[in-house]
Ligand binder design. Sequence first.
Ligand code: ZN
Length: 337
Amino acid sequence: MPRNKKSPSNEILLGIDLGGTKILAGAFDSSIRLLGSAKRPTLREVGPDGVTARIVETVTEALQTAGRSLHEVTGVGIGAPGPLDPDTGVVLTTPNLGWENFPLAAKLSEALGKPVFLDNDVKLAALGETRHGAAVGANSVVALWVGTGIGGGVLVGGRLVHGAGKNAAELGHMVVKANGPRCGCGVRGHLEALASRSSIERDLREAVAWGTKSRLERLVKKNKTRQIRSSELYRAYEKGDDLTRRLIHRAARYIGIGVGNMLNILSPERVVLGGGIFEAFGEDLLERIKTSARKNSFDVAFDACEIVIAKLGEEAGVIGAAELAKDKLGERRNAGR
Ligand SMILES: [Zn+2]
């Protein structure tokens, strides 16, 4: 993107990634170089206004780490779990946080005295990877984020696709198995119900309850409520635990089906796979996913696409959020406001 002449060179942009368990914030210069960052637990039980106050604390700490002040900040981008309205900055519902119709952008803007722009967390991670990570140089990108749930982002011509309902690219909620297991959203056979960390955990717990042996058996039996981390799944997988390998391989096959669907629909230049599962498994599942994607898509689409693992780790979201703020401020300046 060409540098806007009117843009002050010492401007600071803030990028925030609001998740169900943690808040990440970064302070960036106008070239979206990270100058300082901070992280703290979300503590969803404090409610939306309490969480907004925690975001302000996190941002303040990120600015301190960067040795900069709020006076220098020109704009703020924030990613949150959806569905949400990126135009009004309202979070419509988040099962993760238990919020409904919360005007996050307006509340945060009031607290910071700065313009705040909101978008979906995974969409912003996709934007981050496209501008600075695994999808640099690609014009059309599909990002699939596999963690507790499954999120997605689609970019065409370098821009995020939002669609008529403003919440396009919910890739975790494409049907990959008719009448399959029920998804958290209520529909059967969604990708999220077959390949997310929580779906793997659900089936692992069920199999152990039925007497299947597993290295994770003690963890599962000892602790009925704490979630099994992606890193714990990876350790069991690496050590050859049969049950874990079976469930992970099933997840990889379905992720491949999902990717294959996207190849046939959009024929993107690049597919980026990210989120907790890929942060833990790295490239270990990539060949399996590619094999399944190839089997489920046209050769012309498969051959024209590179399927890669995300590069930016948990920073993808804050980098994308800062890019969102930069884009939106640029649009405002160009509109002469
Ligand atoms: Zn669903």
